[in-house]
Design a protein around this ligand. Structure first.
Ligand SMILES: N[C@@H](CCC(=O)N[C@@H](CS)C(=O)NCC(=O)O)C(=O)O
Length: 205
């Protein structure tokens, strides 16, 4: 199988970098220079019309969107490595739910908060009321994750899985962006456990 991974350091491609490392998947990595606009070249747009990284090209077929890539890596390589439940295992349903929750529900609330609060934006684009409402949602969602993790070491039970790698990437990125984990002791302890994993020690690769 030929896998080509189009990536950029410190980007949405980073969790895919970690997953490829965790699963030991042989691949060719091509760094796309985003500052130079390489993602908008016609040959790249032919593979990913969104002009974004990450992108995987598997035996010539493109696969874009980080979450889709991570879930596919779980299906294709994670089952045999015992870090992703088999299709017939009810835990597969939980793995799909929690990884999608991380990117879609939690991730979009963090993006909404960042877009309203970031001091990297011009002051006139910031919106304190929208930022407060988004942060309330982020904290509610962290409470949901805290409830899931309180009786468990990891999101699917007692063993680390690719679902933890995906979720820890989302939560670590949120924390890096300025979201506080205070008041979510189980999330904090779980994140520390996950970050000891060698594959997650280069989160900005
Ligand atoms: N929803 C996409 C987002 C990808 C994304 O926004 N990638 C950024 C880097 S973090 C990018 O390639 N930006 C280049 C551009 O917009 O020109 C995913 O998760 O794969």
């Amino acid at each position: 199988m030929s896998i080509v991974f189009y990536a950029a350091p410190q980007s949405s491609a980073s969790p895919v970098t970690c997953a490829l490392l965790e699963l030991g998947v042989p691949h060719e990595r091509i760094n796309v220079n985003l500052a130079e606009g390489e993602q908008r070249k016609p040959e790249y747009l032919a593979l990913n019309p969104n002009g974004k990284v990450p992108l995987l090209v598997v035996d010539g077929t493109p696969l874009f969107e980080a979450l889709a890539i991570l879930q596919w890596l779980g299906d294709r390589f994670g089952v045999e490595k015992k870090v992703w439940p088999a299709a017939s295992d009810p835990a597969r349903l939980e793995a799909l739910s929690w990884t999608t929750w991380g990117y879609v529900s939690f991730g979009s609330a963090v993006v909404r908060w960042f877009a309203a609060a970031s001091d990297r934006l011009p002051a006139e684009q910031r919106n304190a009321a929208a930022a407060a409402a988004a942060m309330k949602d982020v904290q509610t969602l962290l409470g949901v994750l805290d409830g899931r993790l309180a009786p468990r070491q990891y999101v699917l039970g007692s063993a680390f899985s690719l679902a933890d790698l995906v979720l820890a990437s989302c939560v670590n990125w949120a924390q890096y962006s300025g979201v506080s984990l205070d008041g979510h002791a189980s999330v904090k302890a779980w994140l520390e456990r996950c970050l000891t994993r060698p594959s997650l020690q280069t989160p900005w690769a």
